[in-house]
Design a protein around this ligand. Structure first.
Ligand code: NAD
Length: 461
């Protein structure tokens, strides 16, 4: 049997040949491919929903809002906006280069590799693909081995509409990624853990391949004394419990003002009870952890003495109850890693400097930080003082679903960003083009230079 590396080498070469032979893919072609993707998703909506339920126990609503519907909407807006995005952008031209006009053209990068994680396996595979197609690239997709059902359906979908030399989907594990990373791609777009992100970047560096890394980390959620507490609690529980806490931008931990801590804890306990009842196992609206290994990992982060809500787990059935921990210390195991499950540690602060000290004492800049406060000055101060990939004030997750905002991390939570036009830009090269006129030739730039320096100094000052 042909080794994986050789097979991938041939596959990438075929994509490169196809890319070069068809440059540039026209606007109509790109829109057509995106429309094909839209139709095949619509035709497979039920199959995808079932696969998401099988792999992650995802409630139908969550599967639509954060996966299928999210992707359909992204395709529709991309198809509508693409003509506008593709237009070269005219910029000014300096005097010394006149007469001329200058433009920035968005051109494709070539053959791109997209590696996706398990938690939103549809949207985190297809959303970058939409951007890559829009920007005119060929693509290899590598789905997560932890979601075998979704990965199988995605492969069927991709194979049914695209030629493999245009877009192909690989279902595989670490060995597959390793062999893929040995190939020369023009861009690698990776979504996953910081740990694996570092490996991807190391491999990419060997070929000087640019990377976009969409990673994780501990995203703080700050609740100030003047917050609208009922709204804060509603939105924090929503952000934390979506997909059973397996969301890269879930509030990882809460920092609440000492003055309102007991009120906050009482309200959060009540809210969880209202949403998920006495036993969240019976709720149709609460998902499961991806596998027993991760369930075990999360269960070990629960200090039952500190649990004021939940604390129960069932490793065999990949269940962790919605859990809130109080009096958490920075040295507790739960503060040493990204939780990525429905367990919410609550720490407190007495002054704003404590917030910054806590956040900046952790190894990574967070992917997201949330602030709940009614005071504009507090919002502004914290927004400028906290280093985070993105932020939301008085809400959770919503900054991610706004396609007009670039979504990405900073420091250990990622490199680069995407969504909407930002995704198109992420998969495009910004090519500078200066078009000079020939009806006049500015003599000042050519030798002999004698007597010209005087004029040059007048212009370049
Ligand atoms: P992961 O890093 O374990 O896996 C992601 C991908 O990398 C998978 O396709 C997997 O096959 C591959 N992979 C795993 N180990 C590898 C290795 N040793 N060498 C090469 N490839 C390897 O991530 P995950 O567990 O699937 O997802 C959870 C993580 O992803 C969390 O940290 C979460 O915060 C992060 N995440 C980030 C975003 C974002 O947009 N920033 C979105 C979703 C998830």
């Amino acid at each position: 049997m042909m080794s994986l590396t050789v097979a991938f080498e041939q596959m990438v070469q075929k994509q490169r040949d196809f890319f070069v032979a068809n440059q540039p893919f026209s606007l109509a072609y790109r829109q057509q491919q995106l429309d094909l993707l839209k139709q095949v998703i619509l035709n497979n909506e039920a199959v995808l929903t079932q696969a998401l339920a099988d792999d992650l126990g995802k409630p139908k609503f969550e599967s639509y809002v954060a996966e299928i519907g999210f992707v359909l909407h992204e395709i529709s807006t991309t198809i509508k906006q693409l003509k506008h995005w593709l237009k070269p952008r005219k910029v000014k031209t300096p005097l010394l280069s006149q007469p001329a006009t200058s433009y920035i053209h968005s051109t494709p990068l070539g053959v791109c590799l997209i590696i996706s994680p398990f938690n939103y396996p549809v949207s985190l595979t297809l959303s970058p693909l939409i951007a890559a197609i829009a920007a005119g690239n060929c693509c290899v997709l590598k789905t997560s081995e932890l979601t075998p059902n979704v990965s199988r359906v995605l492969k069927q979908i991709i194979d049914s509409i695209f030629k493999p030399e245009y877009v192909t989907c690989i279902n595989g594990d670490v060995e597959h990624v390793t062999c893929l990373l040995a190939q020369k791609f023009d861009h690698i777009f990776f979504t996953g853990s910081t740990e694996v992100g570092k490996l991807v970047m190391q491999q990419a560096a060997k070929n000087l391949t640019p990377v976009t890394l969409e990673l994780g980390g501990k995203s703080p959620c700050i609740v100030c004394a003047d917050a609208n507490l009922d709204i804060a609690v509603k939105r924090i529980v929503y952000g934390k419990m979506l997909n059973a806490g397996q969301t890269c931008v879930a509030p990882d931990y809460v920092l609440v003002d000492d003055a309102i801590k007991s009120d906050f804890l009482a309200k959060i306990a009540k809210r969880i009870q209202i949403l998920y009842g006495d036993d969240a196992r019976l709720s149709e609206d609460f998902g499961r952890i991806i596998n027993s290994k991760h369930t075990q990992r999360i269960s070990k982060l629960i200090d039952t003495d500190k649990a004021i809500v939940g604390g129960q787990y069932d490793i065999e059935h990949c269940y962790i109850a919605p859990t809130v921990l109080e009096n958490v210390e920075l040295t507790d195991p739960i503060m040493q890693q990204e939780v990525f499950g429905p367990v919410l540690p609550v720490l407190s602060f007495s002054e704003h400097q404590d917030i910054l000290n806590i956040i900046h004492s952790l190894p990574s800049h967070p992917l997201t930080a949330y602030i709940f406060s009614e005071d504009n000055k507090t919002q502004e101060q914290l927004t400028s003082a906290i280093q985070a990939g993105g932020m939301a004030i008085n809400h959770c997750i919503q900054h991610l679903v706004n396609p007009h905002l670039p979504f990405g991390g900073v420091g250990l939570s990622g490199i680069g960003s995407y969504h909407g036009k930002h995704g198109f830009d992420c998969f495009s090269h910004k090519k500078s083009v200066l078009k000079a006129a020939t009806w006049f030739d500015l003599p000042v730039i050519y030798p002999p230079y004698k007597h010209k320096l005087f004029w040059l100094k007048k212009i370049l000052k």
